[in-house]
Design a protein around this ligand. Structure first.
Ligand SMILES: Nc1ncnc2c1ncn2[C@@H]1O[C@H](COP(=O)(O)OP(=O)(O)OP(=O)(O)O)[C@@H](O)[C@H]1O
Ligand SMILES: [Mg+2]
Length: 339
């Protein structure tokens, strides 16, 4: 079974208020012995509505995790602004940030690495409750029991250690921990990448169920376009720290506008799930050549131009800005493939 066959979500685009807004967010790291910096995130602007899932995809090292951490202020921004629930959070002091923190949580890629092996599952899920002074020991225990039920774990699992669980179950512990503070926003950083394909669909379905039950808003990071397709309302494609395309999921898959999006799609095998949208003519394939340049040595102009089969002189001279096209998608390309 592929992941796609097992995922059973019919997405309805939400029309909530904007919950999260990033404006020109950058995160640069110094490079030892050199004057230029590593541009991990380089001018990202995006908005996420309440109840929506924004997928974020791109190759390894393009800045997805760094962006995710900036969005929930686990990393200080170099510049730019993040607003969460109507409040600017990028410059709040630690003290002023404290009441905001419970509203936004991160789920990590590797449940093995993100769970303390020496703590019992119930205690791990209880950590955020203790940090935010949820209540006495009995109240915490009761709440964690509820959380385990919500994520499909049994009460008997509370006292077991992480190594006694399967990968999928471990990720459920991580999700229970993230939900403990009743967040509005969950940034999920490749939450199924470390799992067997047969388990991925179950965990993706859990994310979908939880979203429906609690009205959660997700930023869902993946490098696999196959995974994000079925959970995302819109998708942002990143390359070398920048968003090169941001569009509704269907538009992005059926009609990619940025050559890099087209290249990423070329790498995803065609999925025959019987739906009529899959039956069009085969899309044009681009096979990526060359290496991704280092984010410490970004090309001038368009970051993708050194690997782009359509690059022209202008692409080296002028950095394309993310602009809204006639059909309402955002593309940073001088010669987009779709409007
Ligand atoms: N703390 C740090 N110090 C210095 N450089 C960093 C740091 N964190 C990330 N980087 C660099 O920033 C760039 C983006 O890294 P990031 O982990 O955000 O990418 P990613 O898209 O999440 O990759 P992956 O798909 O492998 O998880 C990389 O070049 C990485 O080496
Ligand atoms: Mg990452």
């Amino acid at each position: 079974m592929t992941v796609e066959e097992g995922v059973t979500v019919d997405r309805v685009a939400p029309d909530g208020e904007i919950l999260l807004r990033a404006t020109d967010v950058t995160k640069h790291y110094p490079v030892r012995g050199r004057r230029q910096v590593l541009r991990a995130v380089d001018g990202v602007s995006l908005e996420v509505r309440g109840g929506e899932t924004l997928g974020v995809v791109g190759e390894s090292g393009c800045g997805k995790s760094t962006l995710g951490r900036c969005l929930v202020r686990l990393t200080e921004l170099t510049s730019g602004r993040v607003e969460f629930d109507g409040q600017g959070i990028s410059t709040l002091s630690t003290r002023r940030l404290r009441p905001v923190r419970p509203g936004m949580q991160l789920v990590f890629q590797d449940p093995q690495a993100s769970l303390n092996p020496r703590r019992r599952a119930g205690d791990i899920a209880a950590e955020p409750l203790l940090v935010h002074r949820y209540g006495d020991a009995a109240a915490v225990r009761r709440k964690v029991g509820e959380l385990f039920d919500v994520v499909g774990l049994a009460a008997a699992h509370l006292d077991r250690y992480p190594h006694e669980f399967s990968g999928g179950q471990r990720q459920r512990i991580g999700i229970a921990r993230a939900l403990a503070t009743s967040p509005k926003l969950v940034v999920a950083d490749e939450p199924v990448s470390a799992l067997d394909v047969s388990i991925q669909a179950q965990v993706l379905n859990l994310f979908a169920d939880l979203q429906e039950e609690f009205g959660l808003t997700y930023v869902f990071i993946a490098h696999d376009l196959g995974v994000v397709r079925h959970v995302s309302d819109r998708i942002a494609v990143m390359y070398l720290g920048e968003i090169v395309e941001l569009a509704g999921t269907e538009a992005l898959y059926s009609d990619p506008a940025h050559p890099y999006t087209q290249a990423l799609l070329s790498a995803v095998p065609d999925i025959d799930d019987g739906s009529p949208t899959e039956e069009g003519p085969p899309r044009e394939r681009i096979i990526l050549t060359g290496e991704v340049p280092s984010p410490a040595d970004k090309p001038t102009g368009c970051p993708f131009r050194t690997r782009c089969p359509y690059a022209q002189e202008r692409c080296a001279a002028e950095r394309p800005r993310l602009a809204v096209t006639a059909s309402g998608r955002q593309v940073a390309c001088h010669y987009p493939l779709a409007g």
